[in-house]
Design a protein around this ligand. Structure first.
Ligand SMILES: Cc1cc2nc3c(=O)[nH]c(=O)nc-3n(C[C@H](O)[C@H](O)[C@H](O)COP(=O)(O)OP(=O)(O)OC[C@H]3O[C@@H](n4cnc5c(N)ncnc54)[C@H](O)[C@@H]3O)c2cc1C
Length: 246
């Protein structure tokens, strides 16, 4: 596949539209699914598809640039896929997205499973940082219209706020991360002060260490049944690639 179009959803979120006949087979059933995006090695236009022997990538020793993203929109009719990529301090994908141009090559694998919504749940709590905005938007669009939904999104910069999809019963809060605070701090505070009714279904994603704190709080302090919550590390502070606990 290749880049068809690049645009900005916000100054901190780049929407890259990909196209190619291989996208015909991409079927995404649930919201908040994921795909693995393979990019050219930084500084090159060459897409080297790595082979995997079960333990390591077989290539020339360089680690392939593979990152995980939410398939924000998939249109098998036009063979198009849209990914919303956060611009952060520096990273292969973040930097690639800022300079990507129509025709640039890329490849994907997946999808991996998304979030199966319990349509009988009385209410929902959705939380995340900027990387979770695409997934939260999708879940919000898919939730039953008559159920209350709390949304709490942590942003490292006010510019990261975007218009979320409409939902008749949503209460949305943007939580500003104070400079110097660790990622996830403002989100953790929002979870801690949230009023969670019995039966609530919780979906949260963001920085891995912050997700550990949120899991502990939900399961140990509040005694929330694990079956009612999905808390996912989307990235890990100081580490490239996946958070490792997804
Ligand atoms: C299931 C799933 C779905 C995801 N969906 C999306 C999505 O739709 N959009 C999206 O943008 N991301 C998404 N992510 C997160 C994304 O995979 C990571 O942020 C990834 O590390 C970005 O790659 P990179 O090459 O830009 O940075 P990397 O090279 O992986 O990391 C470089 C450095 O930047 C840090 N870093 C990585 N991400 C951030 C960040 N957001 N803020 C601050 N520092 C960061 C790392 O800790 C590291 O120190 C998802 C992750 C998972 C597991």
């Amino acid at each position: 596949m290749w880049v068809r179009q690049v645009g900005y959803v916000s100054p901190r979120l780049v929407r890259v539209t990909f196209a190619g006949p291989d996208l015909e087979r991409l079927t995404v059933v649930h919201p908040a699914a994921s795909v693995r995006l393979l990019l050219p090695y930084p500084g090159t236009q060459e897409l080297v598809v790595p082979s995997w022997n079960g333990n390591e990538f077989l290539s020339d020793g360089r680690r392939p640039a593979i990152r995980t993203f939410t398939p924000r929109r998939v249109d098998p009719g036009t063979f198009e896929l849209k990914l919303d990529i956060v611009i952060h301090g520096g990273g292969v994908a973040s930097e690639w997205a800022q300079t990507a141009e129509p025709g640039d090559p890329a490849a994907i694998s997946g999808p991996r499973r998304g979030y199966a919504i319990d349509r009988d749940a009385p209410c929902f709590f959705l939380g995340g940082d900027e990387t979770a905005i695409p997934a939260i938007s999708q879940i919000l669009q898919a939730l039953p219209a008559d159920r209350p939904v709390q949304v709490h999104i942590e942003v490292a910069h006010p510019d990261a706020r975007i218009a979320l999809p409409d939902h008749p019963r949503v209460t949305a809060e943007w939580c500003d991360l104070t400079p110097d605070a660790p990622s996830g701090d403002a989100l953790f505070a929002a979870v801690r002060r949230a009023d969670l009714e019995p039966g609530v279904r919780v979906w949260v994603a963001g920085e891995a260490a912050a997700m550990q704190r949120i899991r502990r709080h939900l399961f140990e302090d509040r005694g929330l049944p694990r079956s009612q919550a999905s808390v996912r590390g989307y990235w890990k502070h100081g580490r490239s690639g996946d958070a490792g606990d997804t």
